[in-house]
Design a protein around this ligand. Structure first.
Ligand code: MG
Ligand code: ZN
Length: 163
């Protein structure tokens, strides 16, 4: 089984402006320390998986292809910084779609479990919203609240001292 750190994206890895979506790569802005933090977590032997709600797809503001371009660029920058992200799982739905994969629903973790063998009790979820805390609790992950510049860096420190 693998130890993993699940990361929310918006507000944890990149800057989140409430009510605004990242619809293209130029609008994606890494938070301070995020790339280094990811490299540190990778270096400590954790698999890193991103779990993100992306309702702009359901709202018709962003296509799957558009999201893939953003994520390919993001993953490239993270790799340049020495970190590895195993995979990004996203929910494309909006709340009114009532899907089973939008956090705090746990559907994306079913997809994780099809591919990975995660030691949940020794793994973490880092997020900036209450829905992240709820999903962490539901699937049995330790939770760290992180938001804004430096937030993920602090979370990485906590994860690395704890292991
Ligand atoms: Mg978030
Ligand atoms: Zn969904």
């Amino acid at each position: 089984m693998d130890k993993a750190v699940f990361l929310d994206r918006d507000g944890v890895i990149n800057r989140l402006e409430l009510g605004k979506y990242v619809l293209s790569w130029p609008e994606f802005e890494f938070l301070k320390g995020a790339i280094e933090a990811i490299a540190e977590i990778s270096g400590a032997g954790y698999k890193i998986i991103i779990i993100t709600n992306q309702s702009p797809i359901s709202r018709g503001l962003l296509t799957e292809e558009g999201l893939a371009v953003i994520h390919n660029n993001m993953l490239f920058e993270i790799e340049q910084g020495g970190g590895i992200i195993e995979e990004v799982f996203h929910c494309p739905h909006a709340p009114e779609d009532k899907c089973k994969c939008r956090k705090p629903e746990t559907g994306l973790f079913n997809r994780v479990n099809e591919k990975y063998d995660i030691d949940y009790a020794n793994s973490w979820f880092v997020g900036d919203f209450e829905s992240d805390r709820q999903v962490a609790e539901l699937v049995g992950l330790k939770f760290i609240l992180a938001k804004g510049n430096g937030g993920l860096k602090e979370a990485a420190k906590q994860i690395i001292t704890d292991c």
